[in-house]
Design a binder for this molecule. Structure first.
Ligand SMILES: Cc1ncc(COP(=O)(O)O)c(C=O)c1O
Length: 399
């Protein structure tokens, strides 16, 4: 049996899979077991911000693995590797977010944020936005997408309410005295790269403040330079000061690490035993994240994402003019870009056509294709992707 047959036979499949077995990667490219090359415009779902097999990441893994991978007694003991990452994050995070704890996945970080918000406020209700995605644990599933997301697992865990993303009035009427927190993405990623007005997040923050609810900003997909600034909330006007900020994906460029940062006020209410986890701030993960974040800073990659994002968006707008019936909208911030096509069927067809021509893209909800390349993308790689997209859309049938 080959890799695909073994995985299909022995693994559990929760999603539609693409029939390629990826063996290795370098920069923006990956190769399958047959030696065929693909240009990766998915970054492993927004994770590999420095591309594949980046030497700084490989070096960090090698050097730290030679020292220690997992601390004795895990979080009971201190780690120079963790201390280094905490120090570097301190300068990047909004000033009021003074304390950080680590997790292994974004869902886990959001789950902890929701849990702590309920304890600290003594309230139960969580407000989130329709079309959002915060993870697949029971807490995070219950505040993701909309009610249909939990139907098959009823009863849902939380007393929660969904409001339309971008709708300030709806948020104002949903957040009440019983609300522990609002959890929100600055830009909805899985929901189809939906970008609200620059003032939206600060309006939500003000509503939270007025009602005594906490604001949890989920930067798991938008953080670490992806949208042209270190965190997408930096582009909010006026500035936003969340109570909790969650991070993941790009933070360690592919190593499974996530984190949440809280204010001193929240930290003061945290007690021993409130949270924990075997891998939370594992020295290997922290060493990789330190290498990734240092590289993002040294190479000024958020700025690069902004510049390349502008070019990509401009070129996608031209594609829209060439294929008016098929492309409904193009949008993006930095290198988190999207093409909204005329139907889900068209999305599937374009994705298949791209795959055949060696380009990997990410279909998401609402007939959207996400383009999330490495922040180190080159101009020629960008041109190559656009050529393949153009041909793939032209060849796609239906609208
Ligand atoms: C905004 C956002 N939050 C949370 C998550 C969940 O992260 P993970 O898959 O690491 O649990 C995702 C994953 O796509 C995400 O995009």
């Amino acid at each position: 049996m080959n890799t695909i047959e073994i995985e299909d036979r022995l693994g559990i499949t929760f999603c539609n899979r693409q029939a390629i077995a990826i063996e290795r990667g370098e920069g923006s490219y990956v190769w399958d077991e047959n030696g065929d090359r693909y240009l990766d415009f998915t970054s492993g779902w927004g994770v590999t911000c420095l591309g594949h097999s980046h030497p700084k990441i490989t070096e960090a893994i090698y050097k730290q693995a030679q020292k220690i991978i997992q601390n004795p007694n895990s979080g009971f003991t201190y780690s120079p590797s963790r201390a280094k990452l905490l120090t570097i994050l301190k300068d990047l995070l909004p000033a009021q977010l003074e304390k950080v704890y680590f997790a292994s996945s974004g869902a886990e970080a959001n789950d902890a944020a929701i849990k702590l918000a309920r304890k600290i406020t003594g309230k139960v209700k969580i407000v989130s936005t329709l079309g959002s995605f915060h993870g697949r644990t029971f807490n995070t599933l219950s505040v993701s997408v909309g009610r249909e997301n939990t139907e098959q697992f009823l009863p849902a865990l939380l007393e929660n309410e969904f409001v339309a993303f971008g709708d300030v009035a709806a948020m104002r009427s949903a957040v009440d005295d019983k609300t522990a927190a609002v959890i929100i993405e600055p830009i909805q990623g899985e929901g189809g790269v939906r970008i609200p007005l620059a003032s939206y997040l600060s309006c939500v923050a003000q509503i939270c403040r007025q009602r005594g609810a906490l604001l949890i900003v989920d930067e798991i997909q938008t953080g670490f330079g992806r949208t042209g600034t270190f965190f997408a909330l930096e582009q909010s006007e006026p500035a936003v000061a969340p109570d909790i900020l969650t991070m993941g994906k790009g933070i360690a460029g592919g190593f499974p690490l996530a984190a949440f940062a809280v204010t001193e006020r929240i930290n003061a209410r945290i007690q021993k035993g409130d949270h924990g986890g075997t891998y939370c701030g594992n020295p290997l993960g922290c060493a990789v994240a330190t290498a990734v974040v240092s590289e993002l800073i040294q190479q000024n990659l958020p700025h690069r994402a902004r510049q390349f994002g502008k070019t990509l968006l401009g070129r996608l707008a031209q594609l829209k003019q060439i294929h008016p019936g098929k492309i409904i909208d193009v949008r993006g911030k930095g290198l988190l870009c999207a093409l909204e096509l005329a139907s889900d069927e068209l999305v599937q067809c374009v994705t298949r056509n791209c795959l055949k021509q060696g380009l990997l893209i990410t279909p998401t909800r609402n007939s959207v294709v996400r383009l999330i390349p490495s922040l180190l993308l080159s101009e020629s790689e960008l041109e190559e992707a656009l050529r393949i997209l153009d041909k793939s859309i032209a060849a796609a049938v239906g609208n």
